[in-house]
Design a binder for this molecule. Structure first.
Ligand SMILES: Nc1ncnc2c1ncn2[C@@H]1O[C@H](COP(=O)(O)OP(=O)(O)OP(=O)(O)O)[C@@H](O)[C@H]1O
Length: 353
């Protein structure tokens, strides 16, 4: 439906969008997630034909957004971050004006305006000046404008920014409703927003795509990134020997100083499906090495989002498609640990946290 290939945008020296590739399929609500400045608005402006790319292509239902702009744009309804509303017009006047700009045939305009006002629940304020509407209602006017012409795809840039909590819930409900009839792409820098509304997530960081998957898969992938933090009364060598013998241990590293004497603290990463707590307990007990503390840490969607978008390293960790995709980072980025180790004979490609 939408094919984005090698999309790149430079503003002078700033690389705002860096070789993006993704496909948007019909009938889903896509979340475009990333911190401020990640390149979300730039990408949306290019997809909707408001901005030219430096390189790469965007096709919408087979129509190139630059070469076949009119046919491509017919498929898209766009709500920009700052909708271009005319405050001195009434809602009805503004929608009539927008319908004309979209070249909707005159005979169809009235019906279309009635329909979009009903969908966005604007009936009661149709004759009010836009400047007298609340921000939530102005956002509905922007949405109504996007719905004119019955486009298959709706692209909404930060649709809830600046709204109060009640208005946010109302707009989210409206977007979910619209998702039943349209393919929706929604950008946000708020994770909870994406989790509440979308079923597929594209995470952008520094202009690059760092994750692309269903919300369900991303969540299970994240749950797979469990780690265990243990404090054991032993030497590093003794604990290393035991951890190297447990197949489910993918990697481990020693953490800072222990409060107790003669003990070590380590963070251990395991296979997604394995819980090694009991096994570790018995093996340590067999060697007379008491466990002083053990804590299972499950990463939340938020932790992963922060990890993926935190810094330039994020661009090297790409998660796409399946929950089993590797998330290894080949760089040694350990900063707050005193020593690190990986399984399988300190494989140079293996990673620690
Ligand atoms: N017209 C412009 N001229 C120069 N640099 C720009 C321009 N527009 C955006 N940028 C830069 O491009 C990068 C991406 O910006 P963009 O607005 O696309 O990000 P975003 O993810 O939408 O962020 P936000 O949520 O803050 O809108 C940023 O570094 C921004 O400063």
């Amino acid at each position: 439906m939408i094919e984005v290939r090698h999309l790149t945008k430079r503003y002078g020296d700033t690389l705002a969008v860096d070789d993006l590739n993704f496909t948007i399929e019909k009938g889903r609500i896509y979340g475009f997630l990333g911190p401020n400045g990640a390149g979300k608005s730039t990408t949306m402006n290019i997809i909707t034909g408001y901005l030219a790319s430096t390189d790469g292509s965007v096709t919408i239902n087979g129509h190139d957004i630059l070469e076949d702009a009119e046919a491509a744009k017919k498929n898209i309804g766009y709500l920009p971050e700052l909708p271009p509303l005319y405050f001195d017009m009434t809602v009805k006047e503004y929608l009539a004006f927008a319908a004309e700009l979209k070249k909707i045939p005159k005979a169809e305009r009235k019906n279309q305006i009635t329909r979009v006002c009903a969908t966005t629940k604007l009936d009661a304020v149709q004759n009010r000046l836009i400047k007298n509407l609340s921000k939530g209602y102005r956002q509905r006017v922007g949405l109504a404008q996007a719905l004119l012409g019955s486009p298959e795809i709706l692209i909404l840039d930060e649709p809830t920014v600046g709204l109060d909590p009640k208005q946010i819930l109302e707009i989210r409900d409206l977007i979910k409703e619209l998702g039943k009839e349209h393919t929706v792409i929604l950008s946000s820098h708020i994770l909870s927003e994406i989790s509440a509304v979308c079923d597929y997530v594209l995470i952008l960081s520094h202009g690059k795509l760092v994750a692309s998957d269903t919300l369900e898969n991303l969540t299970s992938l994240m749950q797979g990134q469990n780690s265990l933090i243990v404090t054991v009364k032993s030497s590093k060598e003794q604990l290393k020997e035991i951890l190297r013998g447990i197949t489910a241990v993918k990697e481990f590293h020693f953490m800072g100083d222990c409060e107790e004497e003669h003990c070590v603290k380590a963070e251990i990463k395991t296979d997604p499906s394995s819980d090694i707590r009991e096994l570790l307990f018995y093996q340590l007990a067999e060697k007379n090495l008491p466990i002083l503390a053990m804590q299972l840490v499950r990463l939340s969607l938020e932790d992963i989002f922060l990890e993926l978008t935190a810094d330039d390293q994020a661009a090297k960790k790409v998660i796409t498609g399946t929950p089993s995709s590797p998330t290894e980072n080949a760089d040694d980025t350990d900063t707050d640990t005193t020593e690190s180790d990986t399984k399988k004979g300190d494989n140079e490609n293996a990673v620690h946290m």
